[in-house]
Design a binder for this molecule. Structure first.
Ligand SMILES: Cc1cc2nc3c(=O)[nH]c(=O)nc-3n(C[C@H](O)[C@H](O)[C@H](O)COP(=O)(O)OP(=O)(O)OC[C@H]3O[C@@H](n4cnc5c(N)ncnc54)[C@H](O)[C@@H]3O)c2cc1C
Length: 288
């Protein structure tokens, strides 16, 4: 029989997960988990609903950066003006998830821990150097977002662990991010390729720091240091864009299916990386 609990503290949630006799699943918005329950793909013995934990669906500013509760819905993220100003790429990625109805529920923790290679918020979070706080029976640890997903449907979390919150760092001046995805329809589809780019420029418009992350082209989101290297030390000229395009293509290990061949996905990854980089540069250039 399926049991359900809705703890009011993180410690209670950890105790419930640690004490579960069979498979336990954490519930945030449920937009993945409920679909999987109905289809029979997920058959947990216990559901631990986090939404009654204070702060788990809130956004706050700390040390010049942001703390986003694990279960904060996309709609709330999109309405936070300060977050939109500081991290437009993270917000546009979170807001691309699903439809208006889905946005009322879908969270960053659920998007990450569902561990789909095509999850939209994940490349943007990794490009942003976001970290997450993981709570478990041994206490809390703060880890980079890229350390969570280990493969399609798999994470590095122990069975007694859940994500409590995400941290986005303080932004340096002349710094901005962007996320773009390609889907075959205009909305409500899974990314064939996603690209998150985060850049910092100097006063002359030369890139001093960059992170480039691709989604949907490998079993997990791919951080591409060669693509960042193509940008750093240069203005965003044609040569830099061409080098970025090539580095993005080289990083692809995509599947071949009805929604895109390997060759197609690889080519589109270069295009998405160039376009996301161009938007991030334009945004960064407008900031002092
Ligand atoms: C119609 C539709 C359209 C969609 N469109 C998109 C899209 O465009 N882009 C996209 O990326 N996704 C899309 N999705 C998938 C889904 O909406 C997202 O992945 C969403 O962000 C999941 O968040 P959630 O809070 O609903 O997760 P849940 O369903 O609550 O959880 C998902 C998984 O994460 C685990 N989990 C949840 N919270 C935690 C936590 N705090 N700690 C540890 N593990 C946790 C759960 O146990 C479960 O395995 C779509 C889904 C639907 C139904």
């Amino acid at each position: 029989m399926l049991a359900y609990t809705a703890p009011s503290t993180v410690e209670e949630a950890v105790r419930a997960l640690a004490g579960a006799s069979g498979v336990a699943k954490v519930l945030s918005g449920g937009t993945d988990l409920l679909v999987q329950l109905r289809s029979g793909r997920a058959k947990p013995d216990l559901i631990v609903d986090t939404k009654k934990i204070p702060g788990i669906s809130d956004i706050s500013e700390r040390d010049g950066g942001f703390v986003i509760g694990a279960a904060t819905p996309g709609a709330v993220i999109g309405e936070c003006e300060a977050l939109r100003q500081a991290w437009p790429g993270v917000v546009e990625a979170a807001n691309l998830i699903g439809s208006t109805q889905i946005q009322g529920r879908a969270s960053l923790a659920g998007n990450l821990c569902n561990a789909s290679p095509a999850a939209d918020s994940v490349p943007a979070l990794i490009a942003a150097r976001a970290t997450c706080v993981v709570a478990g029976a041994k206490g809390r640890r703060e880890v980079p977002v890229e350390s969570i997903v280990t493969g399609p449907g798999r994470t590095s979390l122990d069975r007694d662990e859940l994500i409590v919150e995400f941290h986005l760092p303080k932004r340096p001046p002349r710094s901005a991010d962007a996320y773009l995805r390609f889907i075959p329809r205009t909305e409500m589809d899974i990314a064939v390729v996603g690209a998150g780019v985060n850049v910092t420029l100097d006063a002359a418009g030369v890139c001093t720091d960059a992170r480039v992350v691709l989604g949907a082209v490998a079993p997990t989101a791919v951080l591409v240091p060669d693509a960042a290297a193509a940008l750093i030390g240069r203005a965003l000229d044609a040569a830099a864009l061409a080098a970025l395009d090539q580095a993005a293509r080289r990083a692809c290990r995509p599947i071949d299916d009805k929604r895109g061949t390997i060759a197609y996905r690889t080519k589109v990854a270069g295009v998405m990386a160039r376009r996301a980089a161009t938007t991030a540069y334009e945004r960064a250039g407008k900031r002092r």
